[in-house]
Design a protein around this ligand. Structure first.
Ligand SMILES: [Ca+2]
Length: 431
């Protein structure tokens, strides 16, 4: 449910016919005017009969009238559609040592609860904890935008075409309706209901429509509270993975492999992901075709610690050269949580490391690997010292940090890069 990778937001200008209030089109370049927002809310009210779950026009208007337009939604949509990032940079930050350590501490502290969730839902506790870590940094980063405001603003900035007229067919509209229903049904405390710009909220970031369908009260106080209760949030996440995709406890999410020399040409990628779910077949068949777990010596028999011979398919995040994987249907299940193959790699690598595993063996095709969050904070502190007052030392490589990096490169007479890694950070910070 994280919102950083919503690649479906890639269009910077949304020119879809405006089905929710009479606007011809919505540009992300300008904030909505109060008149536009008000017309949009009226348009949403007129279509409550198309809600995926029952919602009266009167209830919608009564509750939606307490919401307001929040321009942070539009600004975040622009950022999400904006600057491309490198997968190895994201993995270096999101699965860094600090996060692995904290994930292990939570596994130890809440061993009993997490084991009960694993047993009841059939989803590994390390995956649940990894999602918790990636989504909200284990709790604190739940977002600060009122969820109703975010859902209404998003629906108005991302209107659905007239063709999306079936019950619940329009995702952005349904999210607004669900936010209203959650308040109508008093399923959250209205006064402090905050989340991300995309209206995802709680410790594991659920959008209101998924929350309505999947929320679990696991600590038994009679209230499914994914904001305050870790047990409820974890069980709700496990429930999502179980209900929306199913989990095969016998199958790893991925096995890192060496692609046989004779088959490598097909997987040469110009930095683009290659994901071939149509090629799924039992892992034993891949082995028979010469695919081997990374590091296994050619000519030696392959012993795989995989029960039940699950079906797997090739996934190469950047093509060859670069790490190559066979992935199971569990990969697809995580993708239903957040429609991004990068997100799946972050969650599954973090889970693997929390469980005591190591980083990928095959290097990424770069001589300048990505930074940990601690290193990003160090870089940001340096940028602040250099007078870039707009930078925040939060360990997140955002637009302000990139702007400052670019200025520093230019000041040194170097090419104006907006990204640094292990090597270029040293180069940049040398006096
Ligand atoms: Ca509860």
């Amino acid at each position: 449910m994280a919102t950083r990778f919503l690649s479906c937001l890639a269009a910077a200008v949304l020119a879809a016919s405006f089905a929710q209030g009479g606007l011809a089109q919505v540009s992300l370049e300008q904030p909505l005017t109060p008149e536009q927002f008000s017309a949009c809310v009226q348009g949403l009210a007129a279509k409550t009969s198309s809600a995926g779950r029952p919602l009266s026009q009167a209830d919608f208007l009564r509750i939606a009238s307490t919401g307001r337009y929040d321009d942070r939604v539009r600004q975040s949509m622009q950022v999400a559609a904006g600057e491309p990032t490198l997968l190895w940079d994201e993995l270096a930050a999101t699965t860094d040592e600090d996060r692995v350590r904290e994930g292990r501490a939570i596994l130890a502290r809440e061993a009993q609860t997490l084991q009960r969730i694993e047993s009841q839902f059939g989803v590994p506790k390390e995956i649940v904890v990894a999602i918790y870590g990636i989504e909200t940094n284990f709790g604190p980063a739940q977002g600060k935008i009122p969820v109703l405001d975010a859902a209404l603003s998003y629906a108005c900035l991302r209107p659905c075409p007239e063709s999306a007229s079936g019950a619940g067919a329009c995702v952005s509209r349904e999210r607004a309706y669900a936010a209203v229903r959650v308040l109508r049904d008093r399923r959250v405390r209205a006064e402090n209901w905050q989340g991300s710009w995309a209206a995802a909220f709680g410790r594991t970031q659920f959008v209101p429509d998924s929350f309505e369908q999947l929320a679990v009260d696991f600590d038994g106080d009679g209230f499914a509270d994914i904001i305050n209760s870790e047990a409820d949030a974890w069980a709700t996440t496990a429930n999502h993975l179980k209900q929306r995709g199913g989990w095969n406890l016998n199958a790893p999410v991925y096995i890192e492999v060496d692609v046989p020399a004779g088959q490598q040409a097909e997987f040469a990628g110009a930095g683009k992901a290659i994901r071939l779910p149509d090629r799924a077949r039992p892992v034993s068949q891949w082995i028979a075709q010469g695919w081997r777990p990374v590091g296994a010596a050619p000519g030696q028999p392959v012993v795989l610690k995989v029960n039940g011979d699950p079906e797997m398919y090739p996934y190469l995040p950047v093509g060859l050269p670069g790490p190559a994987f066979l992935v199971s249907r569990n990969f697809d299940t995580i993708m239903r949580y957040n429609r991004s193959d990068r997100y799946v790699m972050e969650v599954s690598l973090l889970a693997h490391k929390i469980a005591g595993g190591t980083d990928f063996v095959t290097p990424w095709p770069t001589d300048d690997p990505g930074l940990t969050r601690a290193q990003v904070r160090q870089l940001q502190a340096w940028l602040l010292q250099r007078g870039h007052a707009q930078v925040t030392a939060d360990g997140v490589m955002g637009r302000n940090t990139r702007d400052a990096i670019e200025k520093e490169f230019v000041a040194k007479g170097l090419p104006p890069a907006r990204r640094v890694g292990q090597r270029t950070m040293q180069q940049l910070m040398q006096q």
